[in-house]
Design a protein around this ligand. Structure first.
Ligand code: PEP
Ligand code: CO
Length: 463
């Protein structure tokens, strides 16, 4: 019998019986943002192969993450979710993965040290390959072609043949996710994330900057504390909690053929888990209450998130909570507001009040990126550091006045020295954007901007 962890289906209008949830029950609903695969037989064969492959994560890990996020919902911890807008098949060298992890670890150290609150570390990594698009087609010169939907679907080269969806890309995405996850597990459990390595996470181009020096000062104090603890006889050798980091993976559960194929029944609990990542979220464009994405994630046992844009009504937010977390399990559901700096203080209060009054124990997280995107004079999509920080400040201010806990931030970043977002301490200007603009999708904070942001968020958490 199918398990109803998240509540499963509600009956569409006119029906009296509720069809049971199953990994493929989303197929009875409208599924927005799915590619038109050209050959159903190939798609089915790929799905069958994916079903035979091992899970990427384990149900027990997803349950541990729910517990940690439960502490965030209770106001006792903070969650940092960060990584690429879209991972790319061609940009996944060991050095790039290591450098992204370094920045996230640095930010987590700054946040933990600066606020005294435990930080749950969640990467947009090892599976973040599918992208929703505002238009299904793109015009390049005189030629109209299908839009690029992420490396798991098609190729971003601006020629129509490259844009034909290819289901075999789902197998490549699976294998890329597995190799990225393998490296992340080695880094976080095998010594690289040991707190005594805090200095080694500071990349050279960061270390010489003001943010890098500020980070170095914290690293020095951590060193002193560790020396002090050792001198007092505290055993910091093998097995000590400072030697390993719990690092979790997440991505947008957009491409449902893929997510369904990675969904497995846990032998311990009998519940279904989407074993493509620890945490999955529903995007702003696919959060329709009666849609396929809500149906799918309602039935898996993972911790899940939903993006809430400025058009979200308080009733809709509460209905999403009822549907996705009817058991009101703390840590099961994260509401990720992405309202834009101009709207956060007007839209967020009524969402907070409605969800709190309905008694739903959610994690509130701020995505300060997706409501602050605009096109620069040179044509690049960009965001300004001041808007990103401004939305986070608004988020904290609203939570402080409503008496709720600002549980975390959700940011797009890279460990590379890119010029994609404007401003920050180095004050990147519009004319500098083309210098190192390499993102496959949205503009990301570079390592210096990310660490700077972590210091500002730590100050907000402390005050
Ligand atoms: C994203 O997180 O990359 C994204 C597309 O966000 P949203 O659904 O909030 O627009
Ligand atoms: Co994005």
């Amino acid at each position: 019998m199918a398990q109803r962890i998240g509540g499963g289906s509600s009956a569409p209008e006119g029906e009296t019986t509720v069809p049971p949830w199953s990994p493929d029950s989303w197929r009875t609903r409208d599924a927005a943002q799915q590619p038109e695969w050209p050959d159903a037989a190939v798609t089915a064969a790929v799905g069958a192969e994916l079903r035979t492959l091992p899970p990427l994560v384990f149900a027990g890990e997803a349950r541990t993450l729910i517990q940690s996020l439960g502490n965030v919902a209770a106001g006792k911890a903070f969650v940092l979710q960060a990584g690429d807008c879209a991972e790319s098949f061609s940009d996944q060298s060991a050095d790039q993965i290591r450098d992204k992890l370094r920045v996230i670890l640095q930010m987590a150290v700054v946040l933990t040290y600066g606020s005294g609150v435990p930080v749950v570390k969640l990467g947009r990594i090892a599976g973040q390959f599918a992208k929703p698009r505002s238009s299904p087609v793109e015009r390049v010169g005189d030629v109209e072609m299908p839009a690029f939907r992420g490396d798991i679907v098609n190729d971003d080269a601006p020629v129509p043949s490259a844009r034909i969806p290819d289901p075999r890309r789902m197998l490549t995405a699976y294998h890329r996710s597995a190799s990225t996850l393998n490296l992340l597990r080695a880094f976080t459990k095998g010594g690289f994330a040991d707190l005594s390595q805090v200095h080694a996470w500071n990349q050279e181009f960061v270390a010489t900057s003001a943010e890098g020096r500020r980070y170095e000062a914290i690293a020095e104090e951590i060193d002193r504390t560790l020396r002090f603890m050792r001198a007092c006889g505290v055993d910091l050798s093998a097995g000590a909690p400072i030697q390993q980091v719990d690092f979790y993976t997440s991505h947008e559960a957009l491409l449902l053929d893929y997510e369904e194929a990675l969904t497995r029944r846990d032998s311990l609990s009998g519940d279904y888990y989407d074993c493509s990542a620890h945490m999955l979220w529903i995007g702003e464009r696919t959060r329709q209450l009666d849609g396929a994405h809500v149906e799918f994630l309602a039935g898996v046992g993972n911790p899940i998130g939903v993006k809430l844009g400025p058009s979200t009504s308080p009733d809709e937010a509460v209905a999403l909570c009822e549907r996705l977390n009817p058991g009101r399990v703390p840590g099961r559901l994260t509401l990720i507001s992405r309202l834009g700096v101009a709207k956060v203080t007007t839209v967020l209060p009524s969402l907070l009040r409605a969800v709190t009054d309905a008694g739903h124990p959610v994690v509130w997280q701020c995505d300060p990126m997706h409501g602050n995107t605009f096109t620069a004079k040179g044509g690049q999509k960009t965001r300004h550091f001041d808007d990103v920080l401004g939305e986070i400040r608004g988020f904290f201010a609203v939570h402080r006045s409503e008496g709720t806990w600002p549980g975390g931030v959700h940011v797009e970043l890279t460990g590379d020295d890119v010029t994609e977002c404007l401003g920050g301490v180095e004050d990147i200007l519009e004319e500098q954007l083309p210098l190192r603009y390499t993102t496959t999708c949205d503009p990301r904070l570079n390592a210096r901007q990310s660490i700077d942001l972590a210091f500002r968020v730590a100050e907000l958490l402390r005050s």
